[in-house]
Design a protein around this ligand. Structure first.
Ligand code: ADP
Length: 606
């Protein structure tokens, strides 16, 4: 908001002054005009009445003088002159007396005595001599002054015997009116000045609370809600100030709650395990949480204002409308040669009912692990199906052959039955292995731990192998320390581990081979090694042999009855004990499988 002051000529003060000054001016003018006109009329009519009365009186006296019979007609003029002096002492007025012959016989104006004895040319006088009087106002052609003229016939017994002609200047009246006018004008000016001063004072009482509120509004705009405006009165402005204070309190509360919501939202966003990105209606990013920054390996500063498809490294520049059509979300593949990296992006639009889309919220999940597990699961199912199909197909074809007559063949029948039995056994082995793996995979898998002298235990195990492989021409070598070593193990499980490893050594070694079993005590754990002199494992396969269903040479492995799960089970069991398993092998020159076991298992399960 602008903080500059309102100019005086735009202020309410000025407007009020103008309005009131104009009102008062107009009122005084109207009153003045009526008053002056009335006064003028009154004065003029008074003056005329006065003149008329004087003229009447004069006319009567002159008539008396004129009708008098006198010996010397000269005395008439003198008498009339005396009468004029006696009865007509009006200032600035001249009176002439004219006889029936239109001759001026007397004048009150001493400077004008030359007209005495002359014939008058006045038309009005001539008319008066016929019997009709007259009065009118004329202007002096030289001075422009207004002059009242009154003409009156002098009658004797209803016979006109002469006339009186009065010329009276009205200037005095108009001077008076002029004076009154100027008093009015001065009065008006004084009234207006006083009004203006009063209005300035009155307007202050209106404008200062308004200015207060304005200041408060500016402070509020800047986010400061601490002040209240002063309530000066209980009038409308006072009510406005009250309402304003109420508004301040409400906005303050609203602001605080928005602020709280904001904080809540931002802490929710910060602590979310999913990445969240919000855009505006053009698809440009306006918000991004920490997790989204991590997932996209970028920062808010870099990403904000950029378009969402760009930041998600999408191949096409989709609009928000197109993005909102991906109802199931999309999978973003950021994998490179070294590692897989998959993100699932789901979009939801910010939109008021049927209104335009105001923006889009994108939620990002790291689905690398999920996809990997999903992939492994699919592969596992495919592998299991494949592993089962081979023996089943073999059995089917042998059983068909038996049905087709081979059963009667004494030589073939036992051989064929033997094959189906081998295949059945293989399937049982496979299913057993699978069951075992699924047990290990299940959450509540538990080891039954017990303290075992591993030295003693290995001796017994090798004794057992020697028994089993007695007729196989295999030599077992023991490289065991002379002292006992107590290890906490689940005996059955470790037996299975060693069985799996040793049976591999037997399977992949030629006749007459030597299998060396070693035990080394190292710091916190023991290391067991099973070395053979068999075919060995190529370097590139060494890391994979512990995977489920992995076999270096599929055909050979199947021939020797392998399921591809033995080492995978061994790995899981060793891991469950907190140990490690690995292989050392030179292709074509024997293999050694090592595994370690801690003396005591800190955790009881997988
Ligand atoms: P299998 O039941 O097929 O033996 P394993 O998981 O036990 O499955 O072994 C995986 C693969 O590792 C075997 O198919 C084999 O190719 C290879 N392998 C395991 N042990 C040896 C060994 N001692 N010598 C050579 N190859 C081996």
């Amino acid at each position: 908001m602008e903080n500059n002051k309102v100019g005086f000529f735009k202020s309410i003060q000025f407007k009020l002054i103008i309005i009131y000054v104009l009102l008062i001016f107009i009122a005084i003018q109207i009153i003045g005009v009526y008053f002056v006109r009335q006064l003028e009329e009154q004065l003029v009519s008074n003056y005329r009445t006065m003149l008329d009365e004087r003229a009447n009186l004069l006319a009567y006296n002159i008539e008396q003088e004129m009708v008098k019979t006198r010996e010397d007609p000269q005395t008439l003029t003198t008498d009339i002159n005396n009468l004029l002096r006696e009865f007509f002492s009006v200032e600035n007025a001249e009176v002439q007396v004219i006889d029936i012959n239109k001759t001026v016989i007397s004048t009150s104006n001493r400077q004008n005595t030359h007209i005495v004895g002359q014939q008058t040319t006045e038309v009005m006088v001539k008319r008066a001599l016929v019997g009709t009087g007259d009065d009118r106002v004329v202007r002096d052609p030289q001075t422009g002054q207004r002059i009242q003229i009154v003409i009156m016939p002098i009658k004797s017994d209803n016979v006109t015997i002469g006339a009186i002609y009065i010329e009276a200047s009205m200037e005095e009246i108009y001077e008076q009116i002029q004076q009154i006018n100027s008093i009015l004008a001065t009065g008006t000016v004084i009234a207006l000045v006083i009004t203006a001063l009063l209005i300035i004072l009155v307007a202050r009482t209106i404008t200062s609370p308004i200015l207060d509120m304005r200041k408060q509004a500016i402070r509020m705009a800047a986010g400061d809600f601490s002040n209240q405006v002063h309530v000066y009165s209980k009038d409308e402005i006072g009510q406005l100030a009250n309402a304003f204070n109420d508004l301040t309190a409400r906005i303050k509360e609203a602001n605080a709650s928005t602020e709280r919501e904001k904080k809540k939202l931002s802490s929710v966003l910060t602590h979310m395990t999913d990445g969240v990105i919000a855009t505006d209606s053009n698809g440009n990013i306006i918000l991004m949480n920490k997790r989204a920054e991590e997932l996209l390996e970028t920062t808010s500063e870099v990403a904000i204002e950029k378009s969402l498809p760009d930041v998600l490294r999408m191949t096409e520049a989709y609009s928000v409308y197109e993005l909102s059509d991906f109802t199931d979300g999309i999978l973003l593949d950021f994998s490179n040669e070294e590692q897989d990296y998959l993100l699932q992006a789901s979009f939801s639009v910010i939109q008021k009912e049927n209104g335009p889309i105001n923006g889009i919220i994108t939620v990002l999940h790291d689905v690398t692990e999920r996809e990997k597990i999903e992939h492994e699961r699919r592969e596992f199912v495919a592998n299991v199906s494949h592993e089962l199909r081979t023996p089943l197909t073999t059995m089917k074809s042998y059983l068909e052959a038996l049905e087709d007559g081979a059963l009667q063949d004494e030589e073939l029948a036992p051989r064929f039955l033997q094959v189906t039995q081998t295949e059945t056994e293989r399937m049982i082995r496979l299913v057993n292995d699978l069951l075992q793996l699924s047990k290990i995979d299940s959450r509540d898998y538990q080891l039954t731990l017990q303290k075992v002298d591993f030295h003693q235990y290995l001796h017994e195990t090798v004794d057992r192998f020697e028994m089993i492989a007695k007729d196989k021409n295999v030599t077992f070598k023991r490289k065991l320390p002379a002292f006992p070593s107590e290890v906490q193990i689940d005996k059955d499980k470790i037996t299975q581990v060693i069985d799996n490893i040793v049976s591999n050594a037997l399977k992949y070694s030629p006749e007459g081979a030597t299998i060396t079993i070693s035990l080394v005590n190292q710091g916190k754990n023991i290391r067991v090694g099973v070395a053979d002199q068999g075919v060995g494992i190529p370097r590139e396969s060494q890391a994979k042999i512990f995977e489920r269903f992995y076999r270096v040479d599929k055909a050979r492995a199947r021939n020797v009855g392998g399921t591809g799960l033995g080492l995978a089970i061994a790995k899981e069991l060793v891991h469950a004990h907190g140990g490690k398993i690995w292989v050392q092998s030179t292709y074509g020159n024997g293999t050694t499988i090592y595994f370690t076991l801690p003396y005591s298992v800190s955790h009881g399960g997988a």
